[in-house]
Design a protein. Sequence first.
Length: 473
Amino acid sequence: MAPVDDATGFAATAFPGATNSRIVAAYRQRTPGSGELACQAASLLPSGIAHDARHLDPYGVYIARAAGPHKWDVDGNRYIDFYGGHGALILGHCHPKVTAAVARAAGEGTQFGANHPGEIGWARAIQRLVPSAERVRFTSSGTEATLMAVRLARAFTGRDTVLRFKGHFHGWNDHMTHGHVSHFDGTPTTGVLAGVAESAILAPAGDLDAVAAILGRRTDIAAAILEPTGASFGQVPVDPDFLHGLRALTAQHGVLLIFDEVVTGFRTSRGGAQVAFGITPDLSTFAKIVAGGMPGAAVAGRRDILDLLDFAATEAAGREKINHPGTFNANPVSAAAGIACLTELAETDANDVADARAAELRDGLNAVLAAEDLPWAVYGTSSGFHLFTNPNRRPGIRPDRFDPYACSAEELKGGDKTLVGRLRLALLVNGVDVNQRLGGFTSATHSTTDIAETVAAWREAIRLLRAESALPV
Ligand SMILES: Cc1ncc(COP(=O)(O)O)c(C=O)c1O
């Protein structure tokens, strides 16, 4: 039996170098076309990639096409896809109605430099599912939506500071970069001005007393913004009671409450987390599902707040309007995809199907962990799942009875990075793609067969890892 490293809890001989790993060798052998493209990309793109989450050692797969719950790489390998377009694809890849709407719209013109009927239909489709969306302003990405939400809050309240929660992600605009994966002390990440970072302060997520103390002490807080199911779509969950308490506290102090529903929107329920928990935020941000798999996003909420973007309302109120250009705001192709997707969610049981598949998947993966005697757990809600790899070697972890609320954020998000990367490769070798944290999303197109195949791939991946002496002994 391999000796255990006290610091990590993993076998001290863990992780043969990439050149000695049978998993890495199998991955390279299966994906020569991706390997070749990765070499070309390395001379053109920083790290050869376009999104940090796609960074994978030795390289990520290059995908040629996708349909429903599956995608195929340039070497012809098929993957059951739980990356789900970073959460955008609750209807799976190439949903026939969305694809038809996109093709029709693309044929009619991709950029009119003018208003178009689709933006009205898109806003109505959002309102139909999210009653708090009295007014909607479209942006091109979730990062822009949270940037605008914060600007609206500052302008509306006349206060400077935004309250954020440690570990919660809101995109990469300058107010949102510290305190997500680093700089929890509030210092700016590289390239961001200290003054900007100082204007977004961090509170511990889930701690209502801490929030009450901050709001009691400071009169400069314009808004509190959070991921309503917790950091990284609930990888570090927050209790709905905290949300209700936060709603009451923010209202009491004249602080706006912003739900960042970029991931939870139209997924935690059709109406997002706010409808699921019966809480009305002042502002919400949406992206991903809102645009049906195309680029697009929105900030939505109270009319009196979004009126700060309205020419007539600001003039009547004698206030300065917030400027908001944006070449691709409410792009007609994205609008068509968004309308088709949101209509499908409103009129079918797609959310329920995706939720049911995720529950089956969590159960199946946990059954393998139990059978393999691994003190890890798969958990999550609605159509998502997260993997807990027990970095602190907590005793008594039972996969089927795991309580993430009993663990710290560091534990839930922690874990041996090499182990996680190697396990991801082992899953890819077995035809399954999950995200860089080994979690992911189900869609309404995943079948029970896909889930069963994924559970079998999971078992095989764990055995491959065990064969490399890379798992806790
Ligand atoms: C909760 C949350 N907010 C904001 C963003 C940023 O959205 P985008 O990637 O569209 O800029 C993301 C992206 O994953 C997100 O998960």
